[in-house]
Design a protein. Structure first.
Length: 181
């Protein structure tokens, strides 16, 4: 694993945290606090693969990225790091699960932010639970049908906020070919 550091136009690809700290302390014309140096060591030794930004002064930052690239040219050529690839793979997998064809009955539960009027003439958002059983071909179709139903109801204000199919406020569980459990 290599470590890429960038501070404005200065950049380097190093093999270990000691080389990264050496770059920060000796090659840059900035003062780096011990807390920031400790945070760099912690980041480099952690399993976290996401890029990290460290603050040096109120308006100055440097960026640290873990990479599998062996050279700076390879790093620059491979603009999408392994974390981007992993995230894309997870997204694709989630999309396949949500749109997988499985005709039958689904038990759908969700919580949405419903707009309610107050006696003072103002409005507020209130968490509202909704539950139903419906027949559909996929989780994605369940979401679309429930959202269309809620948006067309007269007692639900159009300013209400509805959960995403990928969010933790929407759950659709496949029951089977008959609605009874």
């Amino acid at each position: 694993m290599k470590i890429y550091l960038r501070y404005f136009d200065e950049e380097i690809l190093v093999s270990n945290p000691d080389e990264a700290v050496d770059f920060l302390l000796h090659d840059l014309d900035v003062v780096v606090s011990d807390e920031v140096l400790d945070a760099v060591y912690d980041y480099c030794e952690s399993k976290n693969m996401f890029p990290k930004r460290f603050k040096i002064s109120p308006k100055a930052y440097f960026i640290v990225i873990k990479t599998t690239a062996e050279t700076m040219e390879e790093f620059k050529a491979n603009a999408h790091s392994s974390t981007d690839t992993a995230a894309a793979t997870e997204k694709e997998q989630l999309q396949r699960v949500l749109s997988a064809e499985q005709p039958g009955w689904y038990d759908v539960r969700l919580t949405f932010k419903r707009v309610i009027g107050t006696p003072e003439g103002k409005f507020q958002y209130v968490d509202t639970d909704f539950e139903c059983k419906l027949k559909a071909h996929s989780v994605m179709e369940c979401h679309e049908r429930v959202m269309n139903h809620l948006r067309t109801r007269e007692d639900v204000d159009p300013r209400s906020q509805f959960p995403s199919v990928k969010g933790n406020k929407f759950h659709a569980e496949y029951i089977g070919l008959t609605p009874n459990r």
